[in-house]
Design a protein around this ligand. Structure first.
Ligand code: SF4
Length: 646
């Protein structure tokens, strides 16, 4: 641990109610889409959590358990709505306990934040008001239904206890049903469950009191709440402090302080533009009014950061949800002082939230093993092979790391003098500072695993044949796309060169292409002093390839800096100081342009692959050069898979 501050706080045990948890690092509930449709766990779900338990996280809060058959916001969700689900979950808790962690079942009802497409019934809510992000209006619950649902929460808690969970977390955050009751944004009732803060919190308070009565004095009850919702008329921190006190008085043992509702989803799972630990002040505010432990949440992606948060007294525990997707072994690595081997969540939200939003099982961009613990064999290979990887971009490096991790003898050949490829430029736009940590990690791992890296090698078929490898992994990447537009090659400069400071850029700039790269480059230039930036995009909208949360922040910054956007506009010609485009059947010209930036995409570089006929070695291609150019997320997965399976 030389040169790094001493970690003591995050490894301190904590007693909540009467249960001792071994440290302060919490895995929050994250919907994985790994469960069976009947609410029971799959092997994938169990292996995924088991890895985190073995990796040293002290408290694992499992994803939202539906308390009734129709409570969930996705189909493959955990459930505790009937007794037959208890036994399969007992298998799960046994495995987590054996692996050294404790586990809390989060219990929830989605209320109006689900749809009949998923549940087969009209959603219910405190009031018949449609969630701004959802397709259909809910119906208002009667008081009898409220009481029935309170009982469903209690029954689910009792099943969790019977299944061996070390407690439950009542999910009162993120705009789900309980949050809908608590918030004046969604609760417009005029009875004893609406109006005042006391009334709006009656539903969760009655649930907590009833669980306490049924499950016993010693059974830990956590409560997750959104301290601020960031919607007009929604919850804000002063009222949240009162709510936390009321929840404590009702019998909760711990407050898990989150924020946001579906309408502010970019707050619930904050992407890279949100500073690390950006919401810790909310936990600190709640801590001033309650005596029970408070958990801080939100982009806590580093053990040093967690230690600092705890040392400051802002919270008693830190949730490190996505940090655990990025590195299931982070606590153990931190304990050993092996900080350079820790993979950091970079806030891309591509693998986790991005996959979930499409209804897919979640993954992680920086850690392709996440969600595949039940599939990939990472044990040492029976017969180590001689493997050559061509290309030192992130896909090639990932392939080399995965292969070397299994004990293969790996040589990495790179034509330039550096590793990282296009990821270097991709790390430069605004609010993507964490992205470069991935290259830093890859370089460390290549060295640690003994991969021989050779720079400035122009690889040909002869080069590879002379090396006599068993297998070659091609990760030769891509080249910028250059459609046949008059003047484009002559007067344009590719975005990657601009981002890397390899081109002079004037004050008046036109960026051709409004995909993620074009928009990020325009935003970057506007932030760095270019006074007049215009994006010209052929499609009717920009950033179609971006994830919703970071795109929200990107567009907000672009608007603040006055970046102009021309959509459904096709560039016809690039001149020395002008760009001619066609929109609505007529042509126009942007004049006095000082720099034209090309961000039209990339084309797979398959030159080497095409030359490799009749070779004696296995050939696998990954990343941009494989089939078609793709984003880094897919390329890294391909690299990892090639390396692990070789
Ligand atoms: Fe973090 Fe991206 Fe992995 Fe999600 S996919 S956990 S945001 S690195």
């Amino acid at each position: 641990m030389e040169g790094i501050m001493k970690l003591t706080k995050i490894f301190e045990p904590i007693t909540i109610n009467k249960t001792e948890f071994k440290n302060r690092m919490v895995v929050s509930a994250m919907v994985t889409n790994y469960c069976n449709e009947d609410g029971t766990p799959t092997e994938k779900f169990m292996a995924y959590h088991e890895h985190k338990a073995k990796g040293g996280y002290g408290i694992i809060i499992t994803e939202d358990f539906a308390v009734t058959r129709t409570a969930g916001a996705s189909k493959t969700l955990a459930g505790l709505w009937e007794d037959r689900q208890v036994e399969p979950w007992r298998v799960f808790t046994d495995r987590i306990h054996k692996a050294g962690a404790k586990t809390i079942a989060q219990i929830y009802h989605a209320g109006r934040e689900t749809s009949s497409r998923i549940t087969g019934v009209q959603p219910i809510a405190p009031s018949a008001i449609k969630d701004p992000t959802m397709p259909e209006a809910p119906r208002e619950m009667s008081v009898n239904e409220i009481h029935d649902l309170e009982k469903a929460f209690v029954d689910a808690a009792l099943r969790a206890k019977a299944a061996g969970f070390d407690g439950v977390e009542v999910h009162g955050a993120h705009g789900y049903l309980i949050n809908q009751f608590v918030s004046p944004f969604s609760n417009k009732r005029c009875d004893e469950y609406g109006g005042t803060t006391e009334n709006r919190t009656r539903f969760p308070r009655e649930i907590i009191q009833a669980i306490r009565l049924a499950a016993g004095e010693d059974f830990p009850i956590f409560y997750r709440m959104s301290s601020e919702e960031y919607v007009p008329g929604g919850l804000e921190i002063e009222e949240a402090k009162l709510i936390a006190r009321l929840i404590e008085d009702a019998g909760a043992d711990c407050i898990h302080c989150s924020q946001g509702v579906f309408a502010t989803g970019h707050i619930i799972i904050p992407p890279a533009p949100v500073p690390v630990g950006g919401f810790v002040h909310h936990a600190a505010a709640l801590k001033t009014v309650v005596d029970i432990p408070v958990i801080a949440v939100g982009r806590i992606n580093d053990p040093l950061l967690a230690e600092s948060i705890l040392a400051s007294g802002s919270a008693d525990l830190c949730t490190m949800g996505r940090a655990s997707l990025a590195d299931s072994e982070m606590p153990e690595k931190a304990r050993r002082g092996d900080f350079a081997s820790i993979l950091h969540c970079i806030g891309c939200v591509q693998g986790c939230a991005g996959e979930h939003e499409q209804g897919h099982p979640i993954r992680c961009l920086v850690n392709p093993l996440t969600g595949m613990e039940d599939v990939y064999d990472i044990s040492p290979a029976a017969e180590p092979k001689k493997v050559v990887v061509v290309g030192g971009g992130v896909s090639g490096c990932e392939a080399a790391i995965a292969a070397a991790g299994r004990g293969h003898h790996v040589t990495l050949l790179e034509k330039s003098g550096e590793l990282g490829g296009q990821w270097i430029a991709a790390s430069i736009p605004m609010a993507k500072g964490d992205f470069s940590s991935f290259i830093v990690w890859q370089k460390h791992m290549l060295e640690k695993l003994g991969v021989e890296v050779r720079f400035h090698v122009d690889v040909t078929k002869d080069t590879l044949e002379e090396m006599k490898p068993d297998a070659v992994i091609l990760a030769t990447g891509s080249n910028p796309a250059m459609p046949p537009i008059k003047g484009l090659r002559e007067y344009g400069v590719v975005a990657q060169k601009v981002l890397r400071g390899e081109a002079e850029v004037g004050n008046k700039v036109v960026v051709i292409g409004g995909g993620l790269v074009g928009a990020e480059t325009a935003d970057y230039l506007a932030e760095h002093g270019c006074g007049d930036v215009t994006i010209v995009e052929m499609l009717p909208q920009i950033v179609k390839d971006g994830e919703p949360a970071p795109t929200y922040y990107l567009k907000k910054r672009m608007a603040e800096h006055g970046v102009k956007v021309l959509t459904s506009a096709a560039v016809q010609e690039v001149k020395e100081h002008g760009v001619v485009y066609k929109k609505d059947e007529s042509c126009a010209e942007i004049t006095d342009v000082e720099t034209v930036v090309i961000a039209i995409g990339v084309r797979a570089n398959t030159v080497l692959e095409e030359s490799l006929t009749d070779c004696d070695f296995t050939i696998v291609s990954v990343g941009d050069c494989h089939e078609r150019a793709k984003n880094g997320y897919r390329g890294i997965q391909e690299g990892y898979e090639a390396g692990i399976l070789i």
